[in-house]
Design a protein around this ligand. Structure first.
Ligand code: PLP
Length: 398
């Protein structure tokens, strides 16, 4: 390491997020440059050959590797405590590259039933065409996972907290089951970010992110990441990402690096707002129930305290009036924005029964913990009083 360059690995998480990607600074720049170059010149034919064979370090072509993208990969892997990261064009590109890397014909997957919609659909409708089978279980009970495991189970895929019920899965327990059955544990950590939860420390092999959400945090870019605990899995995902072309663009990586610098500040503020709003909603006459891992009456509050370093910024709650009540509330908010997605500085609400999950039969929705009255709230960084007033007015107007 040359003087003037930064080594961040032994620093704390907020500091590491702020200094992310600057370990390889060239001119002392304090923001990672955008290396907007599709290809890289070789000093000689021999150097070109050595780079291609992997005998010489250096860049070749941006689908394979790019300095700006690599800075983001190193930063997210560093925050997750993993071996290395592989950036992807979207969260779904990250999910798909994990499936394509590790699942073959005849393999079986056990997954959280309310997995992110597209992650579930790819397994059910696409990978099934290639002979991969999946069983979906309520993973908040470890016994459900254990019962679904088979000899050919290759992967256990868990999302915690779950979307939108905000129930949790015990990650250390899930890791023990995966280990016993010789399966890989993959965790979608989008809802928490490494700032609040680090699955690799609890025994996961693979962590997946939609960087679109908390890590970028500004609702202005799509991106994904796979972080692996060890070298062998990294090399496999990297190879598949290059071959299938799920790679991220340098400009996209730069925007996400920029957003990531305030990860700690944003999450601290948003989860402080979320805690206060959850308490406010609990006492509101138009609200029937509130699910937030930070509330002492959340059935897995103790688990949340154990495996997370904060309770996050996602709340779900029930409104009086069921389906109609939910729709009316969506049409009554003003400051809080009616939109899907989550994890940005701005607060967003959505009503799964009439929107994201409307295509699912009501009985199946209920099975996944999605009642007609459920409202999902991604709490942002606005002033708490403004959020409270908007919500209160909208709830009374509905
Ligand atoms: C948004 C999201 C995804 C998909 O990410 P994209 O960036 O939209 O492709 C996957 N998992 C979770 C939990 C998400 O919230």
């Amino acid at each position: 390491m040359e003087s003037g360059q930064k080594k961040t690995s032994e620093l704390r998480k907020t500091t590491r997020a702020i200094h992310a990607g600057l370990e390889h600074s060239i001119y002392g720049e304090v923001s990672v440059p955008i290396f907007q170059s599709s290809t890289f010149a070789f000093p000689s034919a021999e150097d070109g050959a050595a780079r291609f064979s992997g005998k010489q370090a250096g860049y070749v072509y941006s689908r394979l590797d790019n300095p700006t993208v690599r800075a983001l990969e190193e930063s997210v892997a560093n925050l997750e405590g993993g071996f290395a990261g592989v950036a992807a064009a979207s969260g779904m590109a990250a999910v798909s590259s994990v499936y394509l890397s590790f699942l073959s014909r005849g393999d079986h997957v056990v997954a959280t039933s309310c997995l992110y919609g597209s992650s579930r659909t790819v397994l059910e409708s696409e990978l099934s065409r290639y002979g991969v089978e999946a069983t979906f279980v309520d993973s908040s009970e470890l016994s459900n996972i254990e019962e679904a495991m088979r000899a050919e189970t290759k992967m256990l895929f868990v999302e915690t907290p779950m979307n939108p019920s905000l129930r949790l899965t015990d990650l250390a327990g899930a890791a023990a089951i995966a280990k016993k059955h010789g399966a890989l544990l993959a965790v979608d950590n989008t809802f928490s970010s490494p700032y609040l939860q680090r699955p690799i420390e609890l025994g996961a092999h693979i962590v997946i992110h939609s960087l679109t959400k908390f890590i970028n945090g500004h609702a202005d870019v799509i991106g994904g990441m796979v972080v692996t605990a060890d070298k062998e899995h990294y090399e496999r995902v990297k190879k598949v990402a290059i071959l299938f072309g799920t790679t991220m663009d340098p400009h996209q990586a730069w925007l996400i690096l920029r957003g990531m610098r305030t990860l700690g500040l944003r999450i601290e503020r948003a989860q402080e707002n979320a805690m206060k709003l959850a308490q406010f909603l609990q006492s509101h006459p138009e609200v029937t129930w509130v699910s937030y891992p930070g509330l002492p009456d959340h059935p897995q509050h103790e688990l949340a305290k154990r495996q997370m370093e904060g309770f996050g910024a996602m709340i779900s709650f029930g409104v009086k009036g069921g389906l109609e009540g939910g729709i009316k509330l969506m049409n009554s908010v003003r400051l809080i924005t009616l939109a899907v997605s989550l994890g940005g500085v701005e607060s967003l609400v959505e009503h799964p029964a009439s929107m994201t999950h409307a295509a699912i039969a009501p009985a199946k929705r209920l099975e996944a913990g999605i009642s007609d009255d459920l409202v999902r709230f991604s709490v942002g960084c606005e002033d708490f009083e403004d959020l409270k007033n908007d919500l209160d007015r909208a709830l009374r107007a509905k």
